[in-house]
Each structure stands twice: as C-alpha cells, then as structure tokens.
Design a protein around this ligand. Structure first.
Ligand code: NAI
Length: 261
C-alpha cells in the first residue's frame, strides 16, 4: 500500500473492464478518489462503481470516447468538478483487431490509432494542462504494450499505436519534468482480460502464448494495477519517462531460455 495515494484524484480511461477495472479498484483500495471512464452503457460501469463502494472506496463514472477531443475534455472536467482536481491520469483505453496488413482498411487503421494513440495524447494533454494551471506535481501513466518493442504481424496498426505511445511518453516526460509532472509508460505482456478472451478460450492458442512467456503464465490484471499504483505513488518520485515492462520476461528473447543460442 502507498499512503501517498490516499485522497488523490485519479482518472482511468476504459475502466469498466480488464486492466482499467483492476487499476480503478487498486486506486480505490489505496484511498484515492477514482473517476471511471467507460465507452458505452453496455460496459456496465456501475458494476465497478458498486464493487468499489461496497469496499468503502470512492468512485464516479463518466461516459466518454477517448478518441474524441470534446469527450476527453469532459472526462477531465468531470474529475475536477466532482473531486476538485486531478492528480493522476491513466490513459488505459485501447483496442486491437487481427487483420493482415494487405487487408487493413484506412478506417480500421484510423480507429486503432485514434483510440490508442490519439486517446493517450488527448488524455495526457488535458491532464497536463490542468496540472500546469494549478501547479500540481501530478502524474500521467500511459498503457502501452510489449508490442511497442516486439513487431506483431497482422497487428500493424496496434503495434504502431503502441510504438507511438512510447515516444509520446518519453517526449512528455522530458517536456514537463521541470514542472514536476511525471509521465510514464507501462508495457504489459499477455494478461488475462476480455481483450484476449476469444484467443484464450482456445487451449492451444493459449499454450502458444504461454510458450512465449519465460515465467510460464498469463499475467493477472492485478499485477499490472500494482505497477500503476507504484508509478503513481511517491515511492516513484524520481521516475519519469520510463517504460515499466510487466511481461513475465516476454521481451527478454524467450527462445534463448535454457542456454539456447
Ligand atoms: P479490455 O478490452 O478489457 O479493456 C479495454 C477497455 O477500453 C474496455 O473497457 C473498452 O470499453 C475501453 N475502450 C475501448 N475503446 C474506447 C474508447 N474509444 N473510449 C473509451 N474507452 C474505450 O482490454 P484490456 O486488456 O484491459 O486493455 C487495456 C489496455 O491494456 C489497452 O490499451 C491494451 O492495448 C493494453 N494491453 C493489454 C494487454 C493484455 O494482454 N490484456 C497487453 C498489452 C497491452
């Protein structure tokens, strides 16, 4: 637990499921006031809010599409109007779709880039603007992926969006370091969330993924939430511009395991 997170105002995008939900829950357990962003009512965001409130935490929900500038402004305004400020912005919302590149339409390309990369840009910009205006030494955390580093055939748009997030994070870290605003990146490997549900429903496909993970198991959303909490806490006060890989070793050339090569 990180006492420095108590009372902080944290906004998490795409927080009705998967990693975003676990991150929202972790911040609530830390005593933060959490803004749960969701895309549509079908996402049932009230379930996350109810779970948080049942455990004595504080959270509110706000609909918004992170690829839309006005929506992202609304999300940040909502945090400020509801809880008085914004200390931590977690740009987590993201989508992926398997499409061979020769069949990838411009619409599909744009949808992934606008959600994953433009969404992180808009969320970062709006949060940083608020932090600068109010002299808040806050923090932005972007959700990247091991595919900011590992090329991924059939997912060119996704890999490009995550590669973009890496340099967006590093650039913003440098740009706002002197204002005391930290900007960091998390790169999860394969984590058990709805984004992978279809693939992991097939035991062979799941085994293929596990074979790529030196630690030998698919990560849990709570293991990513723990990284986010640490990065947002004062324990990470001197950390900015990094990518924290939480991938069970996936980026460490698993084919070289057991002395091969
Ligand atoms: P998920 O599908 O459970 O969560 C994604 C959330 O984003 C959903 O709640 C969805 O409604 C929301 N969302 C999608 N488009 C949105 C939009 N335009 N505006 C607002 N919200 C929107 O999947 P997961 O795994 O929790 O993904 C979260 C993030 O983690 C994504 O950025 C993903 O790329 C990243 N990630 C996930 C990994 C995994 O293995 N689960 C691995 C590496 C990265």
């Amino acid at each position: 637990m990180y006492p420095s997170l108590k009372g902080k105002v944290v906004a998490v995008t795409g927080a009705s499921s998967g990693l975003g939900k676990a991150i929202a829950q972790r911040f609530a357990e830390e005593g933060a006031k959490v803004v749960v962003n969701y895309l549509t009512e079908d996402d049932k965001p009230e379930l996350v809010i109810d779970e948080i409130k049942t455990k004595g935490g504080e959270a509110s929900k706000i609909q918004g599409d992170v690829s839309q500038e006005d929506d992202v402004k609304r999300i940040v305004q909502f945090a400020v109007e509801t809880y008085g400020t914004l200390d931590v912005m977690v740009n987590n919302a993201g989508i992926q779709a398997e499409i061979p590149t020769e069949e990838l339409s411009l619409d599909n390309w744009n949808k992934v880039i606008q959600t994953n990369l433009t969404g992180a840009f808009l969320g970062s910009r709006e949060a940083i603007k608020h932090m600068l205006d109010h002299n808040i030494k806050g923090c932005v955390i972007n959700m990247s992926s091991v595919h900011q580093q590992i090329p991924w055939p059939h997912f060119a748009h996704y890999a490009a969006s995550k590669g973009g997030i890496k340099l967006l994070t590093e650039t913003l870290a440098l740009e706002y370091a002197s204002s005391g605003i930290r900007v960091n990146n998390i790169a999860p490997g394969a984590i058990d969330t709805p984004i992978n549900a279809e693939k992991f429903a097939d035991p062979e496909a799941k085994k293929d993924v596990i074979d790529l993970i030196p630690m030998g198991y698919v990560g849990k959303p709570e293991e990513i939430a723990a990284c986010v909490a640490w990065l947002a806490s004062s324990e990470a006060s001197y950390v900015t511009g990094i990518t924290l890989y939480a991938d069970g070793g996936m980026t460490k050339y698993p084919s070289f395991q057991a002395g091969k090569g």
